[in-house]
Design a protein around this ligand. Sequence first.
Ligand SMILES: Cc1cc2nc3c(=O)[nH]c(=O)nc-3n(C[C@H](O)[C@H](O)[C@H](O)COP(=O)(O)OP(=O)(O)OC[C@H]3O[C@@H](n4cnc5c(N)ncnc54)[C@H](O)[C@@H]3O)c2cc1C
Length: 289
Amino acid sequence: MKHLHHVSLKDHCTFRIGGIAKDFFLPQNMEEMVDLIRQHRKQRRPFWILGGGANTLFPDEEITISIISTKEMNNYHHDGQTIYAESGMVLDTWVLNTIRQDLQGTECLSGIPGTLGGALFMNAGAYGQEISDHLVSVTVLTKDNEILKIPKNQCGFSYRMASHIQKTIILAGSWQLPKGDAVLLLAKRKEILTQRRKKQPLDYPSAGSVFKRPPGAYASQLIDQAGLKGTRIGGAQVSEKHAGFIINTGNATCQDVLELIELCRQTVREHFGHELELEQRLCPACPNT
Ligand SMILES: Cc1cc2nc3c(=O)[nH]c(=O)nc-3n(C[C@H](O)[C@H](O)[C@H](O)COP(=O)(O)OP(=O)(O)OC[C@H]3O[C@@H](n4cnc5c(N)ncnc54)[C@H](O)[C@@H]3O)c2cc1C
């Protein structure tokens, strides 16, 4: 088990924001992960599970809760059309692996940053596909410290949500993917990556879309129509390219981002009556959490 001290969280999230974590653990496999969580729970020690940090905002101050990274728990294998992968595997690597095995159903997820665990926790998706589409089951550690294999239909997947596994630690998943043609799928992947580069502010650190899509509307459109595109607080800015993203222009703090989030929510509420729900996850050590 790797146990690091005084790790800069800026280096472990796509927002490039965050203070120093006193304790940063990198379990090397599922057994180490399970032991570590059980120990933390036994000692009533708080922890935060970190995948790729592509949807996470960390506080600026030193963090005393343990940060447990899944990154090195990333085994992958396939048996025909059945894929098994551990939660720390990088989502985009998983997509490429499946495509190269002539399997389809993942290609539209190309380019989404983060790990499989984070994607399952968030039910990540893009361009009509979601990580849960061809899922068979997830293996989790429950809040009662039991290892369970939960079939897809009991996970409670909906838009950017997996309600029944929110309180679990996701250890691995298995998928059954339809046969496809790698050449066509790679072409589709290329098209998706081009679209993402065209529409998203990928030149700046961010954590993707800040808010979920409200019913019957798009958060980015509401923010844009409320006149907030380009609005800055400190180093945080509502992206000019995609108003659904808050970008870090260089020296944004967690506080800057939280204030800008609040400004967007308040302005959109006043203009359109929509209540914007946060998609991004705030580490519990963040102010106001
Ligand atoms: C440029 C950019 C573009 C993006 N585009 C998209 C997009 O098109 N579609 C989309 O859906 N998202 C998108 N996102 C958001 C992000 O990529 C996804 O939410 C991704 O699935 C997060 O994965 P992660 O591993 O980085 O999660 P993290 O940020 O590390 O964690 C997110 C949440 O999951 C929890 N978690 C992580 N791993 C586990 C685990 N193993 N067990 C239990 N809980 C866990 C964390 O505690 C946290 O609550 C984008 C982000 C960026 C920066």
